[in-house]
Every structure is written in structure tokens, then in C-alpha cells.
Design a binder for this molecule. Structure first.
Ligand code: AKG
Length: 365
């Protein structure tokens, strides 16, 4: 076991080998996996992705992605940037929404990624965990260097319009992940025991993101939730609920990577609730029979124009984005105040075609 500091400063024991961790489940044990997921808010499924698909994605990245100078949308700051690399030579700022990469230059990597994220075994596992017949993919990321992602609930950024906690995500190990490479962690049970921190007021995404990050750490301490950072071999997938607190550790060793995808899913008939504020409609495409959301599809000229503007004038682009976001959040807050609705649980209901369902975990804060 590697001992690493958790985000709240406690000692987190990170398994170095499969034998140091629980066996968890395979796709042959759907009922057991579902029961575990419901109880703990996450579950690991072993050997979901074929090794050949993992190596094909990595080879495709090395061939068409690694030396590309095309600006790509990034996970850490939501900017269009060219690649930068860590001192160890690994891609530093993860790629956001791999499915949006343009097919002309980056198609082999994008398709290799989608072959994993929409594979029939994956689609089946996601549907079992979501308790539906079919899921859809709404977001993805590609990681290489340790990221040290802050502790959060995905719900703050996006969740299900049908009810908070209706989203699920998967962390796909494309190689055996070293314990010192910034292991992904979850807080078991936090989807049930910890309140949803709302994307509103002093915690709103546009102006209060740092407050949100601090509030999350404070919440973890107050509710005394623990951390676990499961061992993940190439082909293993860790699924977690949109209310489960999670993040990743900073690197504690040099020269190790954590090559992986993450992907976020909803039920096929659901809609994406963004920032606890608005229904974000997405143009959908079908891949392997699964619906895939294309928010910034780089095969479309208008999105390439936005990318060009965002890349060449980043300050102006970010200022515009922030202003637009502030306007959306203010509009929702005003509507809430007008309607006298306590909490944000209802404010997207009018936009939801299928009609509101009660949140799975109503806000406690
Ligand atoms: O692996 C990471 O660093 C973070 C991934 C994550 O938080 C996500 O995809 O929502």
C-alpha cells in the first residue's frame, strides 16, 4: 500500500496491486454490482474493456493526437488550448469531450475512444446501474498526466433533469494505474449521506467556484466521510453516481501516467441539467447504437469558428462565457425568488418535457 494524504489531510492507503484491493465485480454479476453501487455510490467492474481496445486508443492518440497542434477544449479550465506536457512528458491538461474532436485529423483517436465508451458491454453495465433499458453518453475526458482534480459532486456541473443523482460516470483505465500516478478516489456512501452543495449564491460556478471547492472540503470533514482509491488495471471501469464525492490525488511518484477516459451518462430519455440551473440541450449522434451528445462538434464549421475565436482571444472569450453564465444563473435565481420555491429542485421542471420527478437526494443546503 502507498500511503498518501487525502484531500482533507487524513492518510489514504492506496492499493499498489490487485491483491491489495477488493475483487469487486465483473459484468457477469450485474445484481451484485448494482446493489453495491446503490449502497456505496460507486462500483468497480473488472475487465470490462478488451485490452485490444485500450491499446488501440493509446496507439491512436500517439499517432494522430500527441503531436497535433489543434487547440482542444480542456478539463481544467474549459479553454481551447494546444497541448502542454508535464516534466515527465505526459499530456497535462486533459481533453474535454473527446467525441467532439474533428474527424479529419483526430478521427482515429475519437473513434477508438467511442468504441470503448459506447461498447455493448459498457452500455449494458451503465443501463443496469442506472436501472433503465438504454443510456446515453453526454460528456467525456481523456487523461494522461496526474490531474489532482478537486473533490466535487458531478451534480454541481451537470446532472439529470429528472432528479439529482440520476447521472452516472465511468473512469476507464487504459493501462494499469500506478498508485503514485494521482489515483482516482471516491467517498463511499457520500451520495446518500452528504447534502448536495448547490450551484447558487456564494457557491455559484461563475463567481464562487473557489468557495465551492472550500465548502466541499468542509462538508467532507463535517460529515466524516472516508476516501477510497481502488486499484484499476487496464480494462477496469469504476462507475460512480453524480452525487458521489470524488476527485483524484496529486502525483506522488515521478515518471508515471494515468492514461484513462472518463465518460458521463444519463438515461436515454433524460436531459442534462447544467449548473443546477438550466436544461442544456445537446445535438445527438448515434454511435454503436448509443446516443452521444455533441456539444462542440468540431466537424461543424460554426464550432471551429468559435474555437478559433476562443483560442486567439482567450481573455475576451472567457469574459463573454462568464457573463453569459452569470446571466443564466441570475435569471434562474430571479425565477426561483419570484416563484417562492425553496431550493432549486423545481426550477428546471418547466423546461423538462417529460415533467418533473422529485430529486433523488433533495438539497439539504
Ligand atoms: O480523474 C480525474 O482526475 C477526475 C475525473 C472526474 O472528476 C470526472 O470525470 O468527473
Amino acid at each position: 500500500m502507498l500511503e498518501a494524504p487525502s484531500p482533507t489531510g487524513t492518510v489514504l492507503r492506496v492499493p499498489e496491486t490487485p491483491t491489495e484491493d477488493a475483487a469487486y465485480f465483473t459484468t457477469e454479476e450485474p445484481d451484485e454490482a448494482r446493489a453495491y453501487y446503490d449502497e456505496y455510490g460507486y462500483v468497480v467492474l473488472r475487465k470490462v474493456v478488451l485490452p485490444s481496445l485500450c491499446s488501440r486508443a493509446l496507439e491512436a492518440f500517439d499517432r494522430v493526437g500527441r503531436f497535433s497542434r489543434i487547440p482542444m477544449l480542456r478539463q481544467k479550465n474549459m479553454r481551447y488550448e494546444r497541448h502542454t506536457f508535464s516534466a515527465d512528458g505526459y499530456l497535462d491538461n486533459p481533453i474535454f469531450n473527446v467525441q467532439d474532436l474533428g474527424s479529419r485529423a483526430l478521427g482515429p483517436f475519437r473513434n477508438a475512444a467511442l468504441d470503448i465508451l459506447t461498447a455493448p458491454r459498457v452500455a449494458e453495465a451503465v443501463a443496469v446501474l442506472l436501472g433503465c433499458s438504454r443510456a446515453k453518453l453526454i460528456q467525456s475526458m481523456f487523461f494522461e498526466a496526474p490531474a489532482g482534480t478537486w473533490a466535487h459532486q458531478d451534480s454541481y456541473y451537470q446532472d439529470s433533469a429528472a432528479g439529482l443523482g440520476g447521472g452516472i460516470a465511468g473512469w476507464y483505465a487504459l493501462e494499469d494505474i500506478d498508485a503514485g500516478a494521482g489515483r482516482f478516489y471516491v467517498c463511499p456512501g457520500s451520495h446518500r449521506t452528504v447534502p448536495v452543495i448547490r450551484n447558487t449564491g456564494t457557491h455559484n460556478f461563475a463567481t464562487g467556484h473557489d468557495n465551492y471547492r472550500d465548502a466541499m472540503l468542509e462538508t467532507i470533514r463535517r460529515h466524516q466521510v472516508g476516501f477510497t482509491a481502488p486499484y484499476l488495471a487496464a480494462g477496469d471501469v469504476l462507475f460512480w453516481n453524480s452525487l458521489t464525492i470524488h476527485g483524484s490525488l496529486p502525483a506522488s511518484r515521478k515518471g508515471v501516467s494515468r492514461r484513462s477516459f472518463t465518460a458521463h451518462y444519463l438515461r436515454d430519455d433524460d436531459a442534462m441539467l447544467q449548473f443546477h440551473s438550466r436544461i442544456r440541450s445537446q445535438r445527438m449522434t448515434s454511435y454503436n447504437g448509443l446516443q452521444v451528445g455533441m456539444l462542440h462538434d468540431q466537424d461543424l464549421m460554426r464550432n471551429r469558428l468559435v474555437r478559433g475565436a476562443a483560442f486567439h482571444f482567450p481573455a475576451q472569450y472567457m469574459a463573454l462565457r462568464r457573463a453569459a453564465l452569470r446571466a443564466v444563473l441570475a435569471q434562474r435565481a430571479a425565477r426561483r425568488a419570484l416563484q417562492g420555491i425553496a431550493g432549486a429542485g423545481q426550477d428546471w421542471a418547466d423546461a423538462s418535457k417529460s415533467g418533473p420527478k422529485p430529486p433523488l437526494n433533495p438539497s439539504l443546503e
